[in-house]
Unconditional design. Structure first.
Length: 132
């Protein structure tokens, strides 16, 4: 009986010690974003706009892609609370053009530029620096 009790205590201790790590990995994987899905969603959205004779907008909000069915809410769960906009006007001939903008809950905006760099913009610099 004593061996059985020690074995049970070992199993319980192992489960208790492993539970936080398991929760961390489950949360971590649910917060990842697959860029390929977002790119495919933007391409599909633009293709459908052209097919229906509509103009392609200069920018597309991620929430619009979800609402229109191009993405699932789970695809962009990592951006909960962040307002993300993708610009369709950026290209390699204008390396400082904005490709993606993320407005954080505190008002800070992160920009992804066509040259692959990023910029953080706050306050008065925002309207000037964020032009696509």
């Amino acid at each position: 009986m004593n061996k059985r009790r020690r074995w049970l205590m070992f199993v319980v201790a192992t489960l208790l010690a492993g539970a936080p790590w398991a929760m961390y990995w489950v949360n971590r994987s649910s917060r990842q974003v697959d860029p390929k899905r977002i790119i495919e969603a933007v391409q599909g959205f633009c293709r459908d706009q052209r097919t229906t004779g509509k103009a392609i907008p200069e920018n597309i909000a991620l929430r619009e892609l979800v609402a229109s069915g191009y993405l699932k809410a789970g695809d962009v769960r990592a951006f909960d609370g962040i307002e993300v906009t993708i610009y369709t006007t950026g290209d390699e001939t204008r390396p400082q053009s904005v490709l993606i903008r993320a407005r954080l809950p505190d008002g800070t905006e992160m920009l992804g530029l066509a040259d692959g760099s990023t910029a953080q913009v706050t306050g008065k610099a925002l309207p000037r620096a964020a032009k696509p």
